[in-house]
Design a protein around this ligand. Structure first.
Ligand code: SF4
Length: 333
């Protein structure tokens, strides 16, 4: 598509207003302006909505996304959307969740991106766990494949996991697949949690030593850690939660300095959306999330390859829907 110099200049200015906070220059924004213009035009033409996870790159989040959020917030957007096409700019299991919640829509993924947690467990493993713990309910973190969700009693997110555990009538819970999250939740409930051995390769990078160093260097900083971090990191933090809870904490806190022990995309969001707040310490990059680029979004909107169209067997959709709907019901109580 051809755009006039005036259209490109206007788009560059729009992009620069946001992206300057994360180190983008005006020439950088000029370079991507024709691409974001084309994606946004095509999105309207095809009645598509772009959902982007908070761990996506800033050019995607502020250039073309209609909604930003964590897996729960985006799942709810996917469930309610009236658009014909959902482009899910995130890892594959999230796009599957959108398909489960709104199966009549076309769900597209710009790139096939896995996740170390989702890849850590199979439906067979869940059946094995059920056999070994016949009185337990299976509570499954949303970072899992559709097949694993279909074998579960209920799904949860990092933001609502405790509420879901407490909302189950069983006292024994098989909590899958995140080992650290199960260990972080165990002290908060009287129920017995049986963990799986899955780990997020991004959050396991954080160490309690690094957190202590930041504490010494910036005694005024609040340290927020995602519940996928190791228990030793959580012990040193001021708050444990999901990305949405971390953003809310930053919003409502009187503090001006924060360390976010999570993927770098969230620090980018704080720098862009809350420029008065300072981020210190290091963050970690998710190689799966960062696989997606603007050019992939354009390509999948123009002409998706078969593997970019999310399809799931009907029985898997039905069973996984039941586990997801149970989560939504418990959250609404
Ligand atoms: S940050 Fe961790 S849990 Fe999230 S997609 Fe990447 S590997 Fe998976």
């Amino acid at each position: 598509m051809n755009f006039t110099d005036q259209e490109i200049a206007k788009e560059s200015t729009r992009l620069f207003e946001k992206l300057q906070h994360v180190g983008w220059s005006e020439p950088d924004c000029q370079l991507i302006a024709p691409l974001t213009l084309e994606i946004n035009q095509l999105k309207k033409k095809r009645n598509a909505v772009i959902l982007a996870h908070s761990y996506q790159t800033p050019d995607i989040m502020y250039g073309v996304a209609d909604y930003l959020g964590d897996s729960y917030a985006l799942s709810m957007r996917a469930r309610e959307t009236t658009a014909n096409i959902i482009v899910f700019s995130s890892v594959y299991f999230m796009a599957e969740t959108a398909k489960i919640l709104n199966p009549q829509k076309t769900v597209l993924v710009p790139a096939i991106a896995g996740c170390s947690l989702a890849d850590s467990i199979t439906a067979d493993d869940v059946r094995g766990l059920r056999k070994a713990h016949s009185n337990a309910a299976v509570v499954t973190y949303i970072n899992t494949t559709a097949e694993v969700k279909a074998e579960s009693d209920v799904v949860c997110t990092s933001g609502n996991a405790l509420k879901i555990i407490e909302g189950m009538r069983e006292n024994e819970i098989i909590f899958i697949p995140d080992e650290f999250m199960a260990k972080n939740l165990q002290p908060l409930t009287k129920k017995k949690l049986t963990p799986w051995k899955g780990r997020c390769i991004v959050h396991e990078e954080f160490s309690s030593e690094a957190v202590k160093e930041i504490r010494q260097e910036y005694p005024q900083a609040k340290i927020l850690a995602h519940s996928e971090c190791a228990p030793s990191v959580i012990k040193e933090a001021d708050m444990m939660g999901s990305t949405e809870q971390m953003l809310r904490y930053v919003d409502t806190s009187d503090a001006d300095v924060f360390m976010l022990a999570t993927e770098c995309g969230l620090s980018d969001r704080v720098r862009t959306e809350k420029p008065g707040k300072k981020i210190v310490g290091s963050c970690a990059l998710c190689p799966y999330m960062k696989k997606i680029m603007l050019k992939d979004i354009l390509q999948c909107l123009q002409s998706p390859r078969p593997e970019q169209i999310v399809e799931l067997p009907k029985d898997i959709i039905k069973k996984a829907q039941k586990a997801l709907n149970k989560m939504i019901k418990i959250v609404s109580l």
